[in-house]
Design a protein around this ligand. Sequence first.
Ligand SMILES: [Zn+2]
Ligand SMILES: [Zn+2]
Length: 514
Amino acid sequence: MKKRVLSLLLVLSILIGGSLTGCSNTPANTPSDKNTCEAHADTNFDDLCDFCNVSVLVYVDFYAINDLHGKVADGEGHPGVDELTTYLKNAKLRDDYLFVLSSGDMWQGSSESNLTGGLLTTEWMNYLNFVSMTIGNHEYDWGEGPIEENDEMANFPFLAINIYDRETNELVDYCQPSVVVEAGDVKIGIIGAIGDCYSSIAIERVQDVYFKVGDELTELVKAEATRLREEEGVDCIIYSLHDGYGRSKGDDISYIGSNELSGYYDTKLSDGYVDIVFEAHTHQQYILMDQFGVYHLQNRGDNSGGISHVEIAVNSANGGVAVKVAELISTTQYQDLYDDAIVSELLEKYKDDLSYAYEELGYNAAFRNSNYLCQLVADLYLEEGIEKWGSEYNIVLGGGSISTRKPYNLNAGAVTYSDLQPLFPFDNELVLCSISGADLERRFLNNSEYVVSLSSYGQSVRNNIDPNATYYIILDTWSSNYAPNRATEIARYGDSVYARDLLAWYIQNGGLAK
Ligand SMILES: [Zn+2]
Ligand SMILES: [Zn+2]
């Protein structure tokens, strides 16, 4: 469609060009010959060159993916990226200038991605020539080492203008603030930033870095946008932000005030600094338009919603930018396409790392919902904790802040490790902690947000807690490191055993067979 419009404009400009131009250098600039016009100009904003009358618009397409969470292979509630790959390759055939980018949280959340430390996902991104990836909070789930390894693998830069090294107070060396891409005569800058999500990362994984957020982030983005425009001649700026709006709004455009955005985005940036914002992190689905007419897009997560698409027309003569298309591409638009071979090739390449994930652990006799699974994990924390430390400590409970991730539930049938990985993807270790009676009551016994499993000793003291006495509980490092819990770590289980491993052993021993 677009190309047809463009060629129609060309025909029109050829037909009517002679009568409209008549500028002093007309002889050298015949209407149909673009090459004779040394530099196009468009002072009357008709998107045609004042001299040679050809269209000066350059159409550029951006496809953005957020929060893939390693959902590379087909699975429960998502089609996998083999069909998406076909979709994007087809789009590349249609569009002159097409760029694919990510706004973060790409690696954490599936066996295929996790057991390869994210490398399988990064290789897929290389295959599709991603131009950039903003670092998300979950990129830190395994610490900085794997980010550096993925950075070596990636043919594209990791972006974050606001992740700083505590020691040097410089930007971390695996990130750059922006990247510039070229489309014909126009240049587009992509600036990346992580949102105010430091506290959502296990503290021991991010102790060497800090994030600049709030007004500091606004100033960084303003300065970078200005530099890109003034020094690098960039015509348009994309802001790829690992943060987002808190609610889904569907795929129609929703107009939104700066107050509503202020929790994560400073609308001042829309006043001449950034042109389009691709968002992430909240796993919501929306196309927002703020008071300055800047679009904000996000399309869920886990490849369950789809991707975001924006087509812009940049006037290469005067730098004007117009958004022609802003839409959410639903998974239904690609899930039935043929499978590009890249995913099976990557699974083959990494099969030694992945073989464990596909072995059948055992049988699950019934559908298990999230509540059931979280309670089971709390029970297993307690059981495993008592086995390891019970002879030395009177353990009250096991549990803490436990939740499942997408697909949240476990279907009946044969279970593999790769079924459990997305439910409990995080590498939080089991820990023995001490806690005061007062905090035990406040944070664990009387907190409906937490899931706990009481031991028989715990049941016997449940109604008789001494606020000043010390008690012992089993948590994972996510809960033990969360400062408001005020739990003191005494010992770690170690051996890289996490919630999903306890669940896997339980299933191997026939725990869910009935
Ligand atoms: Zn996410
Ligand atoms: Zn996130």
